[in-house]
Write a protein that binds this ligand. Structure first.
Ligand code: SF4
Length: 230
């Protein structure tokens, strides 16, 4: 998916203004120490809960997903529960998320595969996860990291796309290329939470109107002093 036309790329970083390795390292270490408590933002108890919540979260606020999942998880506990359901029933639980109909169909289809092919267990291999309906690289990384502690990459969501570009960590607009750029710059010990660190920084300080005067990485950020990013 390309995000080149999105508002956060327009004029954010001059072409070629990629941070050098030393500055990138300083920035990453500072962000990690500032937001060391940053963690995944959706509530779940089991890999099945997590997969359903992660599929529902695309283009939907975390708060909305977290507000509907308590009732959803009470009704649907196993892969079989989802596989034996139908879109009309599931939509009744998830109608507050965007694209509820498509997501409900994807969740049911994904759990049908999980029930029949993986004995009801959410797979712990990326190539198996990305074959499930509604699951891309980001969701696969998210499930591997947060359900199984398997860290093979960095989930790239909208916040990661936006801030990687703005902070000069990647000039790419394609999520897979951004992930590769980040994996080359971010120490592997930070991969598991780097997406959540960036998101926390974005929500607290570097949102649509960045608050550069109180930013912990203003000394290295190529956009320091920009009052407004569109
Ligand atoms: S200096 Fe400004 S633009 Fe750069 S990361 Fe901080 S708040 Fe965002």
């Amino acid at each position: 998916m390309q995000y080149g036309g999105s508002w956060y790329f327009r004029g954010n970083v001059k072409k070629g203004k990629l941070l050098g390795n030393d500055d990138a390292k300083k920035m990453i270490v500072t962000l990690e120490s500032t937001y060391k408590d940053a963690k995944y933002y959706l509530n779940f108890s089991t890999p099945i809960d997590l997969l359903a919540a992660a599929i529902l979260s695309a283009q939907t606020k975390d708060e909305v997903v977290n507000s509907i999942t308590p009732e959803l998880f009470k009704r649907f506990k196993t892969a079989k529960d989802y596989a034996n359901s139908n879109p009309d029933e599931l939509i009744g639980y998830v109608k507050r998320v965007s694209f509820a109909g498509n997501k409900a169909k994807n969740i049911i289809a994904a759990f049908k595969i999980i029930e029949s092919k993986y004995n009801g267990k959410v797979p712990d291999k990326k190539d198996q996860l990305v074959e499930l309906p509604g699951v891309g690289e980001k969701t696969a990384n998210t499930v591997l990291i947060n359900a199984y502690g398997i860290v093979e990459g960095i989930p790239v969501d909208t916040w990661v796309i936006k801030l990687s570009y703005r902070l000069g960590l990647s000039m790419n607009t394609d999520p897979e290329k951004i992930e590769k750029d980040l994996m080359g710059k971010v120490d592997r010990k930070y991969w598991h939470n780097f997406a959540y660190v960036l998101k926390t920084h974005g929500k607290k300080i570097c949102d649509t109107i960045p608050e550069c005067s109180r930013c912990p990485v203003s000394n290295v950020c190529p956009r320091n002093g920009v009052a407004r990013s569109r």
